[in-house]
Design a protein around this ligand. Structure first.
Ligand code: SF4
Length: 740
């Protein structure tokens, strides 16, 4: 059973998180590097260009890469400090196995691989193929994401593979596919600068997509009006023309209410709707009821704000809608996104310079990693795993019989529910830290502890890897090469800068080594990421996300290539839907009527406040990487509970006091941060921390029925003043889940 081998403070002592403050050789070591390598930051979906400086085969610093047009040399705090994890004392340097009562002990590679292979064979022989699950990451390169899908379906023949993009982009993906046909930003980011009206819905751009701030500000300097919807007045919201403090879960009220006003005032493009869309009549029928007054009750804001938003957006000469997790992390996440996209298509302002739509990816390869076949319901090229023609195509590429390819499996959270129920008995996990990032942490821990075999590939011993039977030491992005697909849909290339340290290996080698032990050997004879990319090109050919015409050389020549790119002479497709041609077989956009419905758990008399969670600029996802970098931890050392002064007064809480946040699932105790930039009926906690400091102790295990994304953005809590915690982990450093 996957249990902690020793107490957490002892594990932290051996494996961290410890803080790394200086580059190898000190701050002056970067002055005369041996070489400088152009590559990309991988700490968010922007994938900014950066140059890494190398001395004595270690990364010692960075330079801006000003010629890379997406970010023109600009970087955020994470980007400039990320390289400090390369020479980190916490790096895993050899395979490990759990030694109960002692911790983890190093073992050789063959023993580690054989042990996990034997466990897979045993579990699958006794309980069936689907009893072994694979969970993967959206920070992986396209090549690794493709390989993980092939590993699950061809080597293990398990249906149960999914990835942590299930916590990120899936609502946006499903909505975009339903209405527009493709799952991708409709426009290149350069179109944002040319737009005259920008609507930002549920996106803390300055902290979660920092470089996009520059695009918004240059649009504003050129005269654009900007509207922001968010329960928190995030940094970007403080400078815009209209900030709407929508209550979490009330977004459909805003979108449908705006469309109601636009129809009334004639601010929709009837000619475009008639020529290029279907289903508008039903949308019109639904939004007729969403008068500003009715919509305002849903959204929790004055009706005049909804009217003003329609007045700015409706008659604009060009417009751009951006949304992110704020509207997506809901049990109605897909509906929220569809209501937003309806608003775009109704104006006909899409597929043009300066006019369009984009979801903002969060994770490093949030876009590409969801295209390559590691989602439980998709095959490479955005193919549908239940479509017979799509299955036949992949069977040909893989050289297997179609009948051997598993059908749709469980999504990420459902996999943990199956583990908890005892139907999933084993798991291989890579680039995923569910012991921070999944909701209802007590349940997730119980599920992990029931596994008969748990193997993890990671470069640090994450909070989740502490439960593993076997840990394989993997590679950082700059220790391998491959492609990712940025927020715009632009495929770019990461260069190998240095080798993995010690006995650590490139992740793709580990997967191939394991696959050859448990599956058909000849299907995993790749000798490089480029070889995997060549197979990926063929696999994606003819699919929605067609990479067939993309080569690594073409990427280098053009600063990236936008998919779809169906043949070698094709220049790629930066802007989708030009000329009103949408990606459905009939060439039209398909409007989707959306009705508002409540969240899985609304505030009530017992738990009267809405808890919402999110990110801060200094940390990335579960914090497994950023909580080890001194400068980033100094910037934001520990989580906190944001609350409005009116709420603080009611609770008799002062800034810096400890407060206990309690939900029906669990509790976290943190310091209060009193700010006027949040609704008085909401509290906010950033989610990057583990253990007793995890906001996910409180969040709810409820998912969208279509996208299966968890409802991170709303659950009911009560908050009360508390004394300093006395739990067994409070003395740890804040980076490990303790408190200052
Ligand atoms: S915006 Fe994203 S990709 Fe760019 S430097 Fe920051 S974390 Fe890295």
């Amino acid at each position: 059973m996957a249990k902690l081998p020793i107490a957490i403070p002892q594990l932290v002592e051996s494996f961290g998180p410890h803080l790394h403050q200086t580059p190898p050789g000190g701050w002056t070591s970067a002055e005369e590097p041996d070489r400088v390598v152009k590559t990309h930051c991988c700490f968010c979906g922007q994938q900014c260009g950066i140059q890494l400086k190398v001395k004595n085969e270690r990364i010692v610093g960075f330079d801006p890469w000003e010629e890379f047009s997406f970010n023109s040399g600009k970087l955020c705090p994470k980007g400039v400090k990320r390289y400090l994890q390369g020479d980190h004392p916490d790096r895993l340097l050899a395979p490990l196995e759990r030694a109960p009562g002692k911790g983890f002990r190093p073992i050789d590679w063959n023993t580690a691989l054989d042990r996990t292979a034997a466990a897979i064979n045993r579990i699958q022989a006794v309980h069936g193929n689907d009893a072994f699950a694979v969970l993967s990451g959206a920070s992986l390169t396209n090549e690794k994401a493709y390989l993980m899908g092939k590993f699950a379906r061809v080597a293990l023949r398990t249906a149960n593979i999914d990835y942590n993009g299930r916590l990120c982009m899936v609502s946006a993906a499903a909505a975009s596919k339903k209405i527009l046909g493709y799952d991708r930003a409709a426009n290149p980011w350069s179109d944002i600068r040319k737009s005259k009206c920008i609507l930002v819905a549920g996106a803390n751009i300055a902290e979660c997509a920092p470089i996009t701030t520059d695009y918004l500000w240059s649009a504003r300097e050129a005269g654009a009006k900007i509207i922001v919807l968010d329960p928190r007045m995030t940094p970007i919201a403080r400078t815009v023309d209209l900030y709407i403090p929508v209550r979490s879960g009330g977004d459909i009220g805003i979108f449908n209410g705006m469309l109601h006003v636009m129809i009334e005032r004639g601010w929709i493009d009837r000619a475009f709707i008639d020529a290029h869309t279907t289903g508008f009549d039903e949308v019109e029928r639904v939004v007729r009821r969403y008068t500003p007054e009715y919509a305002a009750k849903i959204a929790g804001v004055p009706a005049s704000m909804i009217v003003r938003a329609a007045e700015l957006w409706g008659p604009a000469e060009s417009s751009f809608l951006l949304h992110s997790r704020g509207i997506e992390h809901h049990t109605k996440g897909v509906d929220n996104c569809m209501a937003a996209i309806n608003l775009v298509v109704a104006t006909g302002r899409i597929g043009r310079e300066g006019s369009g739509y984009a979801m903002i990816t969060g994770q490093g390869n949030g876009q590409g990693a969801r295209e390559q076949g590691q989602k439980c319901d998709q095959l490479p090229g955005h193919r549908d795993i239940e479509n017979p023609a799509h299955r036949e195509h992949m069977a040909r590429v893989w050289g297997v019989s179609e009948a051997t390819i598993p059908h749709k499996g469980l999504s990420a959270l459902e996999i943990f529910e199956a583990a908890h129920a005892g139907t999933i008995k084993g798991m291989l996990l890579m680039s995923f830290n569910p012991m921070v990032s999944l909701p209802d942490q007590g349940f997730i821990r119980e599920a992990l502890e029931k596994l008969e075999h748990f193997a993890v590939i990671d470069f640090f011993l994450s909070e989740t890897a502490r439960f593993a039977d076997v840990v394989f030491p993997g590679s950082l992005m700059e220790e391998d090469e491959g492609t990712t697909t940025n927020v715009e849909g632009r495929v770019i290339r990461h260069r190998k800068v240095v080798h993995p340290p010690g006995e650590a290996r490139e992740d793709w080698r580990i997967i191939c080594d394991l696959a050859r032990r448990v599956g058909p050997k000849d299907k995993f004879e790749f000798d490089s990421p480029r070889a995997i990319f060549e197979e990926l090109r063929a696999a994606s050919r003819g699919g929605a996300s067609d990479y067939y015409g993309i080569t690594w050389e073409k990427i280098d020549e053009r600063q990236g290539v936008f998919w779809p790119c169906p043949d070698l002479d094709h220049p790629g497709t930066p802007r989708l839907y030009e000329g009103g041609k949408f990606a459905h077989p009939d060439g039209k956009a398909h409007f989707q009527p959306v009705e508002w419905r409540p969240a899985a758990e609304e505030p009530d008399a017992e738990y009267p406040l809405t808890l919402t969670s999110g990110r801060v600029v200094a940390h990335y996802l579960s914090g497994n990487q950023t909580r080890r970098i001194g400068a980033l931890v100094k910037q934001t050392p520990e989580p906190y509970c944001e609350m409005h002064p009116r709420l603080a007064e009611k609770l008799e809480v002062e800034d810096g006091d400890f407060v206990a946040i309690e939900s029906r699932r669990g509790t976290t105790t943190l310091r209060a941060m009193i700010v006027k930039t949040i609704r008085p009926d909401h509290v906010f906690v950033p989610y990057h921390w583990p253990l007793q400091r995890a906001v996910n102790n409180c969040t709810i295990r409820a998912i969208d029925p279509v996208s299966k994304i968890p409802e991170f953005k709303i659950c009911a809590v009560r908050v009360k003043r508390a004394s300093r915690p006395t739990d067994e982990n409070v003395q740890l450093g804040p980076e490990a889940g303790g408190l200052r």
